[in-house]
Design a protein around this ligand. Structure first.
Ligand code: C5P
Length: 404
């Protein structure tokens, strides 16, 4: 595969030498296109020696070969690492003032950018807007790692490890998955909410967040920008996913509604507590010998899914819920699921059976996806990754066209 490796002028450029090594060792033909200023950090000789290819930086360097067009159009994958604030700004603006930005304009293949810069620059509204623009066009912009920066300070801004960048970049082309969520923002809630009883106790549930994390991962693989609202999730979260950690239903509601304002899809995979203690004791409730145990009065939580379905925070937003059901004397798992779908009004409800070791944690899932009328749309069985992709397969046809 032909890979174009863009290098812009950040101190982290030295790590891209290792990235280049990983890509060539994986058998790829890599053309390095550094910006002129980046050669202050790592020189042309290093790139030429490691890639085995000539290195040019300007649009006038090899005019007869029309390099600025050929490099972009002939690439199967473009990786820019490090992507500085300046490079992100020039790419977002569609500038073509050096060979790298010109090649970015002619490339029609997947493009991945790995930003690295000072935290202040990463968090600046100008950079946020540029990243949003690029992601909106389908460019995969990784979130930088957090940690020690060039000076004494620490924070988000470090270049992700070369192996992580290489894996994320190669996944874009190796994957047979459709990029049918490119340019979309999706919000997924995962885990289980906890409602405090007193400062040390809570009412919770067994949800680990595995299915929600699988949904978030599947959506990034299909090109979406993903916000994962994670309620008490201790599992690792997928790279490139924005994670908002929450504890209670009220925090989860706030986070989902805030991220949902720009989302094309909201998937409520979290197990949200239906009830919470009416009051939270200020001090730990004490056991008093000889006295009866205290009772905990409960109140009902708002149904976030039903609210989202009724309100649609963003035009054309698709709202999807999960229903973990058990069959009983009144009906089967699916009977309850269909009735719930009609009650909640979400576009899709993913119904699965729980209890007796089924449904929770890393075990396989067996689901039926129904629409808002309770009609079957699809069935899926297998790992939570398989189920996650089946859920996105069912969501994609419901999305409004990107330019509408
Ligand atoms: O009614 P039930 O809890 O079974 O519904 C499950 C679905 O509704 C899940 O998608 C869950 O995230 C969502 N839910 C919610 N707010 C609640 C309870 C559940 O959004 N208070």
């Amino acid at each position: 595969m032909r890979i174009l490796l863009g290098v812009s002028a950040g101190i982290a450029a030295y790590k891209s030498a290792l990235l280049l090594r990983l890509l060539t060792e994986a058998g790829h033909d890599v053309r390095v296109v550094p910006t002129r200023a980046s050669l202050e950090f790592v020189g042309r000789a290093t790139w030429e020696a490691l890639s085995g290819n000539p290195v040019t930086t300007g649009v006038f360097d090899d005019v007869p070969a029309v390099e600025h067009v050929r490099l972009g159009t002939s690439a199967d994958l473009v990786v820019v690492a490090p992507a500085t604030a300046d490079l992100l700004a020039r790419a977002a603006a569609g500038r073509a003032d050096d060979l790298l930005t010109a090649a970015l304009l002619t490339a029609r293949c997947p493009v991945l950018m790995a930003p690295a810069m000072h935290t202040g620059m990463w968090e600046h509204p100008a950079t946020r807007a540029n990243v949003a623009t690029l992601r909106g066009r389908g460019v995969v912009v990784l979130d930088p790692d957090s940690g020690r920066l060039t000076g004494q300070d620490t924070g988000p801004g470090r270049l992700p490890e070369p192996a992580v960048i290489a894996a994320a970049a190669l996944a874009l082309v190796a994957s047979p998955l459709p990029a049918d969520l490119a340019g979309r923002h999706v919000v997924v809630s995962a885990g289980g909410t906890r409602e405090p009883v007193d400062p040390v106790r809570f009412l919770g549930n067994r949800s680990t967040g595995t299915q929600g994390i699988a949904l978030a991962k599947a959506a990034t693989e299909r090109g979406a920008r993903v916000t994962l609202v994670a309620a008490n999730v201790s599992l690792p979260t997928p790279h490139g996913v924005e994670v908002v950690a929450v504890e209670t239903t009220s925090e989860l509601r706030e986070a989902v509604r805030s991220a949902g304002a720009t989302a094309d899809v909201v998937v409520m995979a979290a197990a949200v507590a239906d009830f919470r203690p009416l009051t939270t004791a200020e001090h730990k409730m004490k056991k008093v010998a000889g006295e009866p145990a205290p009772s905990i009065a409960l109140t009902t939580n708002p149904d976030i899914l039903a609210e989202l379905a009724a309100e649609r925070l963003h035009p054309g937003q698709v709202v999807v819920g999960f229903a973990a059901e058990t069959g009983d004397g009144e009906g089967s798992v699916l009977d309850h699921g269909r009735a719930k779908a009609r009650r909640k009004g979400a576009d899709l409800l993913v119904v699965n059976a729980v209890g007796q070791g089924r449904g929770f944690g890393g075990v396989d899932n067996d689901v039926t996806i129904v629409d808002e009328h309770g009609q079957d749309v699809a069935v899926a069985a297998g790992s939570k990754d398989v189920v996650a992709h089946a859920v996105w397969d069912a969501i994609v046809p419901l999305l409004k066209p990107l330019d509408a």
